[in-house]
Design a protein around this ligand. Structure first.
Ligand code: AMP
Ligand code: MG
Length: 382
């Protein structure tokens, strides 16, 4: 692909239309714009322009059979994209839009095959992020946008993650700081007899039940039922750092610290002590780890700055990032992708990450962490 100059548009608050005009015009004209949402950074194109949409797949190196989510600013924007009005979609949008919930519905003829990868359904979402919504409104078109990473890499939660992956491949990146959730949206399929969560996210089955009375199945539970359509993208290797990922399982943080201690002791006894290890846990968990062989060194601040501190590996190689003081799935989810990228950047060979109970945001966190670890079951006996 021809190298192009990537321009970064840094947003100053209060936000004004003026700051987004160039990017909105670029979108209308068929160019790609990476922009922040409350979940992760998206790579947007005019959804009504199949050629613009095709260029998303080129820039990301994304397989053509992995469909995109179409983003609109207001609920009315969904009408032209779907086959017919849906009562259940209306109820869900009332309760959760704008926000991190994507709905899969039968599509209208306005939506091209390039977006849906030939499926007769379309995924739609109304992002809550002020900058994203204002950009889409100003562009005046629906915006097709997957996460703004190279295919297979962890999704970007800061503008400089996008820059790392797509510098020279796209014309614009809008930088508006870190994303609130740091994990992609919940994808809910409404085309079957019962709504099914195809990808867990910040909106959970329990919240949907509580706010709308609508019962939804989780595809991780429904797995194996041949009539359950899956999000095609979930079959691909995802969120994969270069390092091997080992998940520390255990019902509480003390048990997980013990699992990590055992694993570290095993590595040092096996003569694998020279491996460079990245550790991603809560501060409380880390402090309970009992393995004196390693020298523990903090990664430093995980700031939203373009250039951040990078540690030099200690003589006995262990660099850690605490996602928070206490074990907390929302914080862990929010920092996971950043940590995976940082450890890769400094050449970690093993990443040890704390497993968490699959409740609330913990479900989405463990879904992504398991994929980063190669899709298998968590290590450490669970
Ligand atoms: P990304 O935007 O990169 O997070 O990827 C979008 C996700 O939504 C992928 O997992 C897709 O497979 C899924 N998706 C998009 N459109 C559809 C659809 N029509 N049916 C099922 N899943 C979809
Ligand atoms: Mg993605």
């Amino acid at each position: 692909m021809r190298k192009i100059e990537t321009q970064i548009i840094k947003i100053e608050h209060p936000l004004s239309d003026q700051q987004l005009m160039t990017a909105a015009q670029a979108l209308r004209a068929g160019e790609l714009v990476a922009f922040p949402t409350e979940t992760v950074y998206g790579l947007g194109a005019n959804a009504l322009d199949p050629q613009a949409v095709a260029s998303i797949f080129h820039a990301k190196g994304r397989p053509a059979d992995n469909p995109l989510i179409v983003h609109v600013a207001e609920p009315e924007g969904i009408d032209e994209l779907i086959l017919e009005p849906s009562e259940i979609a209306r109820l869900l949008l009332e309760a959760f839009a704008p926000g991190p919930l994507t709905l899969v519905l039968p599509r209208s003829t306005k939506v091209s095959d390039v977006i849906t990868a030939g499926l007769d359904t379309v995924a739609v979402r109304i992002p809550a992020h002020e900058t994203a919504r204002r950009l889409i409104s100003l562009a005046g078109v629906p915006v097709a946008a997957p996460s703004a990473n190279r295919s297979g890499k962890p999704s970007p939660t800061r503008a400089w993650h996008v820059f790392e992956d797509l510098d020279g491949l796209i014309p614009y990146i809008i930088d508006d700081g870190p994303c609130e959730y740091g994990l992609e949206s919940t994808v809910l399929d409404l085309t079957g007899s019962k709504p099914v969560i195809l990808r867990p996210g910040a909106v959970t089955a329990a919240q949907i039940m509580e706010r709308t009375g609508i019962e939804v199945a989780d595809s991780t539970e429904a797995m194996g039922e041949s009539d359950v359509p899956k999000a095609p993208g979930m079959k691909y290797r995802h969120y994969a750092p270069e390092a091997r990922v080992w998940i520390a399982a255990g019902t509480d943080y003390a048990a997980r610290a013990e699992a990590i201690s055992n694993y570290l002791n095993q590595l040092s006894e096996e003569g694998s002590a020279d491996l460079r290890i990245g550790l991603f846990t809560s501060g409380m968990t880390r402090k309970l780890i009992d393995c004196r062989y390693y020298e523990y060194k903090s990664y430093g601040k995980m700031t939203a700055e373009f250039i951040e501190t990078r540690p030099i590996w200690p003589a006995r190689n262990l660099v850690y990032i605490d996602y928070a003081d206490r074990p907390d799935p929302a914080s862990a989810a929010g920092k996971l992708f950043t940590a995976l990228r940082r450890f890769d950047q400094i050449g970690a060979e093993i990443i040890i990450a704390e497993g968490l109970p699959t409740e609330g945001m913990g479900n989405a966190y463990m879904n992504r962490l398991n994929k980063a670890a190669g899709g298998g079951k968590p290590a450490g006996g669970r």
